[in-house]
Design a protein around this ligand. Structure first.
Ligand SMILES: [Zn+2]
Length: 63
């Protein structure tokens, strides 16, 4: 399983971090100074890190 490279945080431009909570991967902005610190935690529930990464990389306006 190949996990795509994660796009930077759309708000601060810093690279995000992937961590695991229980058995689920979470991608979130790792920059503590980021105003939004977006996280997939509340929005995406999957145990598939690849799917999660693809969702994180989806940006409104890309299509
Ligand atoms: Zn950020």
């Amino acid at each position: 399983m190949t996990i795509p490279a994660l796009k930077p945080c759309p708000f601060c431009g810093k690279p995000p971090a992937m961590r695991w909570t229980l058995d689920e991967p979470v991608i979130e902005c790792a920059n503590r100074k980021c105003a939004f610190q977006p996280s997939t935690f509340l929005h995406i529930t999957t145990d598939n890190a690849r799917v999660l990464a693809m969702k994180w990389n989806e940006r409104k306006g890309d299509d």
